[in-house]
Design a protein around this ligand. Structure first.
Ligand code: SF4
Length: 551
């Protein structure tokens, strides 16, 4: 099931781009996604390529749930679909994700999820392999750009063979590092199929029960495919149950690279099993475990494999070392350095997370709003307006404006997840805060803020929603907002906000006095008000100017 690759065609790409290119070459018909670091470049690459020849669809969507549902529709029509998102985006898409595993998938359906261990640009470190296990579907996890390219075709084939979705998991370092890859020929897209399959696509309870049992029946086949997968490589050397090695290594993802990087310093051959395809190849794991005294697990993210080992190996099996006994740091990314002690190698003195040049530590530069950012002007107005009120709370959301937690603004009290600013402000207001303010960007409002606003209107909550409309998804590099900003006021009115309490202003210090007056009036108002402050992200404006009008 490996795609045929040719050594004659090489290109240097990011891990994200390798995945995107692999999808095109594997016969992709449609790709949908929502921007989110570190996954954004997958869809950006696909959109750029689709613009050249229009041979497939590639679109940003309102959120990850709508993206996945659109892809499920493509699969229903018999064609191959890819969905892209970051790990926390999979929480948003969890409803269709869990249910899609029960469908009789027709066209291959691949869900590419990029996890962010170390939380470079995320609010948690959740590990998407748990989601694949939760949905009882296969998961593929590349170690490098070439595998990211190759695995997409395998993922589509697995999806079409087993008739289930397949999750493809990346992590930050692979998504955002470049390497040369050999690419293969382009496979034709599936023809559209109009054949209906009501028995297997209508998840009413009576049929869902049948589909759930069918999925459970498929599990041994999935394990069998993992046992023979070329992505699950094992080398035992001369080690055996009678001649055990002192320790062996079980790796996944980048853990394999860091093991290989340190291997020349190891005194003797160390048997290993690298896992790139899940569910776990139980037979291979038992074979490795029987040949070693101690098993070291190097995996990025949660101790996913390590926890499952407890149910696979007997209590008389090898000692297990990994994140759960703190042999490996439980939080953050793996590095070539931090896995060394687990391999019995001395720590490298002088390495630290602090970047240095020529032995000189570089000063730490915390992130901050760009100079002249419109959000700065909006926060200045909110801060001053709130100084007139006692008993206030500001709930903010996910976007560049999250940087408003830092001085000199230090305005928001909460930031939790996409859309939570509005719903949390509503809850806080109903629990007793007299003046609740939600701060949310235009794209995040369209992603998952609208439903919260509907709740607020329905309950006539006493709160102000401040929508910062900079016309772009700035934090992920300036992707277009799904709908133009001039529709935001109409949306607020359409869901029932009193037009007298909807204001559109410009986020600029020259309008500070007027913006301050509007905010003070609306924060004092005992009902739902919406204030939309508009000004283009200056980074996006700069890019548009540079490209002569195309953002
Ligand atoms: S990228 Fe745009 S929105 Fe983000 S901080 Fe810079 S100017 Fe502000």
């Amino acid at each position: 099931m490996n795609p045929t690759t040719s050594k004659t065609t090489e290109t240097i790409v990011l891990g994200d781009e390798a995945l995107a290119l692999g999808a095109i070459h594997a016969g992709l018909s449609s790709a949908y996604g929502y921007p989110g670091t570190p996954s954004t470049e997958i869809m950006q690459y696909l959109i750029d390529e689709a613009a050249k020849d229009q041979s497939f669809v590639a679109q940003w969507c309102a959120n990850e749930k709508t993206a996945l549902e659109e892809a499920i529709g493509t699969s229903f029509a018999g064609r191959r679909a890819l969905v892209t998102m970051k790990h926390v985006g999979l929480n948003v898409a969890a409803d269709p994700f869990m249910n899609a595993s029960l469908l009789n998938i027709k066209g291959g359906l691949v869900i590419a999820v990029a996890d962010d261990p170390e939380m470079h640009s995320s609010q948690n470190e959740q590990d998407s392999r748990f989601f694949a296990d939760f949905a009882r579907i296969p998961c593929l996890e590349p170690t490098d750009q070439q595998e990211a390219y190759n695995m997409v075709q395998v993922a589509f084939d697995l999806s079409e063979t087993l008739h289930v979705p397949v999750l493809l998991r990346l992590t930050t370092r692979l998504s955002h590092s470049r390497a040369p890859i050999a690419v293969g020929s382009i496979r034709a897209q599936n023809p559209a199929s109009k054949a209906l399959d009501r028995e297997n696509w209508i998840l009413v309870p009576s049929r869902a029960k049948v589909r759930w049992n069918a999925l459970l029946d498929l599990q041994p086949k999935m394990v069998e495919l993992s046992e023979s997968s070329p992505f699950n490589q094992m080398e035992l050397g001369s080690c055996s149950p009678r001649q055990k090695a002192a320790f062996g290594v079980l790796t996944s993802g980048l853990g394999f690279n860091y093991f290989r990087e340190n291997r020349p310093e190891l005194n003797s051959f160390v048997p290993y099993l690298h896992i790139g395809q899940y569910p776990l190849p139980v037979g291979k794991i038992r074979a490795l475990a029987a040949s070693v005294e101690t098993l070291v697990v190097l995996e990025e993210g949660y101790p996913f494999i390590e926890r499952l080992l407890r149910g696979i190996l007997p209590s008389s099996g090898p000692a297990i070392k990994g994140k759960m006994d703190s042999t490996i740091p439980a939080a953050g990314e793996l590095t070539p350095e931090n896995v060394r002690p687990a391999l019995g190698l001395p720590a490298i003195i002088g390495t630290s997370a602090t970047a240095s040049v020529g032995g000189q530590a570089l000063p730490v530069r915390p992130p901050q709003l760009c100079a002249g950012c419109p959000h700065g002007d909006s926060y200045n107005a909110v801060k001053e307006a709130l100084s007139a009120f006692k008993d206030s709370v500001v709930c903010a959301d996910i976007g560049c404006y999250a940087l408003g937690v830092l001085p000199p603004y230090a305005v928001p009290e909460t930031i939790v997840c996409m859309g939570a600013s509005i719903t949390m402000a509503k809850g806080a207001s109903e629990a007793g805060y007299r003046h609740a303010v939600a701060v949310i960007g235009d794209s995040t409002f369209l992603h998952s803020g609208i439903t919260g606003l509907i709740d607020a209107v329905s309950a006539n909550a006493s709160m102000t929603v401040l929508i910062l409309d900079n016309g772009t998804v700035a934090m992920t590099g300036g992707q277009p907002t799904i709908l133009p900003g001039h529709r935001l006021a109409k949306i607020a009115e359409a869901v029932g906000v009193d037009p007298a309490h909807i204001h559109v202003t410009e986020a600029h210090r020259k309008f500070h006095a007027e913006n301050l007056r509007i905010l003070k009036d609306e924060i004092a108002y005992e009902g739902v008000s919406v204030v939309i402050t508009v000004r283009e992200c200056i980074e996006t404006a700069r890019k548009v100017k540079k490209t002569g009008g195309e953002s």
